[in-house]
Design a binder for this molecule. Structure first.
Ligand code: ZN
Length: 317
């Protein structure tokens, strides 16, 4: 991911670090994690079940491809991997040339479309590339986790009749800055796709845009993003509470700059689901310590189920 608009108050980060929950980060495959009982809401019976282990396995396979920045061998391998995983789906590739401080770079967004019965689209997105020219960085959480969780969501949506809005999953390229984060040097893929969808009329059909970024941390604390659409954040919180996961959501609020911004600027309701407290004082962020051992299948399962429950609530409303 991204940068945020203002430096986080240190006291806030410390408070969060001290209040970090102590649940076990690892769930044995032989011993399924206890599911939060949906006491208040009988809905999940009809829902696909997000498999956190499988989401983590996708992430593991992506991380094994190495650094994945535009122009790197790992990036080309990731493109091929996404094509292979999504070969049964209605997959569109949005390839363009980005003008960056390092010159022209070829980038590709991937969009898998799952049609619904209702007019309108819900987009769930994340980026898949890693920090530019950082050969010491494999990005398990940033952005292996969003890449893997989106693949698990595709697995769940594939072959189903969606009784509601269409769901489009998008894997963005070029989220990270090439030299230094600024409005012009960042989020190349999402800026490109938002402009394209504005031109062809797609934007008007988008009911909600949900962004996933850094969602695999075993110590899961999804922040409430002050740049996101308040009513959509409220729906996400209700979804989390319905599933008994509210303890992992919105303990603090921060303004995030991320791939949702180009869509927010043109009036699409957006929400950035991001845990921007990764390791002590966020020290694993953009560091060689962003490795698989920091992630937990339970975190993927929680975020994935909350996304699907949010979609269910949006379809009702
Ligand atoms: Zn990043």
């Amino acid at each position: 991911m991204m940068s945020f608009t203002h430096p986080a108050p240190l006291a806030l980060l410390l408070t969060l670090a001290f209040s970090a929950c102590t649940r076990s980060p690892n769930v044995s495959a032989a011993e399924p994690a206890p599911q939060a009982a949906p006491v208040a809401s009988p809905a999940p019976a009809a829902l696909p079940h997000v498999d956190g282990q499988r989401a983590l396995q996708y992430t593991r396979e992506v991380v094994a491809l190495g650094p994945r920045y535009p122009g790197s061998p790992g990036h080309a391998k990731t493109e091929a991997y996404l094509r292979r995983q999504l070969k049964a789906d209605n997959l569109q590739e949005d390839t363009f040339t980005a003008t960056t401080p390092a010159g022209h770079l070829r980038m590709t967004n991937f969009i898998a479309k799952f049609p619904g019965s209702k007019d309108g689209i819900i987009v769930v997105a994340g980026h898949y590339e890693t920090l530019y020219e950082r050969k010491d960085f494999v990005g398990a959480n940033d952005a292996g986790s969003s890449t893997g969780l989106l693949l698990e969501l595709a697995h769940q949506l594939r072959g189903r009749k969606l009784d509601g809005y269409s769901v489009w999953l998008a894997w963005f390229d070029g989220e990270e800055a090439i030299r230094q984060w600024s409005e012009s040097d960042s989020i190349y893929g999402s800026k490109h796709l938002a402009a394209k969808w504005q031109r062809d009329g797609t934007l008007k059909k988008i009911k909600a845009f949900l962004l996933l970024d850094m969602v695999g941390d075993a110590d899961l604390n999804i922040d409430r993003d002050a740049n996101s659409t308040p009513w959509l954040e409220d729906v996400i919180y209700k979804a989390a509470a319905d599933l008994g996961h509210q303890g992992h959501f919105f303990a603090r609020s921060l303004p995030m700059e991320d791939d949702h911004m180009p869509f927010a600027r043109v009036g699409v309701p957006v929400a950035d689901l991001i845990d921007f407290n990764y390791g002590p004082n966020n020290s694993y962020w953009h560091s060689p310590q962003d490795t698989l051992d920091k992630l937990s299948p339970q975190s993927f399962q929680i975020v994935g189920s909350v996304v699907l429950e949010t979609i269910r609530l949006l379809n009702q409303g």
